[in-house]
Design a protein around this ligand. Sequence first.
Ligand SMILES: [Zn+2]
Length: 144
Amino acid sequence: MARIPELEIGRLKAEVNLARLVEASGLKLEKRGADLVCRCPFHEDDTPSFVVTPAKNLYHCFGYGAAGGPIDWVMKRQGMSVRHAVEFLREGEPLVGASTAPAGAVKASTVRALEVFGADAMMRARGFRHRRDGAGGDQPDVQP
Ligand SMILES: [Zn+2]
């Protein structure tokens, strides 16, 4: 099992703006009272039964009862594991809260997460993982 600090999961659940995350995936949310609604992306939906409650930062589908927070949303929407969803959300920090930070203010931790996510995704896409330590693989280990 991948070890993801509970603290980090809690932070992402609290700080990642779920409504913006949903809209970033191409869905159009409409206001309905204190909630935001749209047609559910997870099942055939004639009337908007997918509800985002900004106050709780949670979604709920009245069509078939799915519910969750930002991490659940990413896992379901992108078909990711928990670990990748967390990395995806770390990477997507511009979606967190009101993003008014200057463009140059990229945290070192964000860059590192990006690199980890990018490299891992690339290897998965290629269907292999390589664990070679150095680049000098062409040299024979033992010289005669
Ligand atoms: Zn649904």
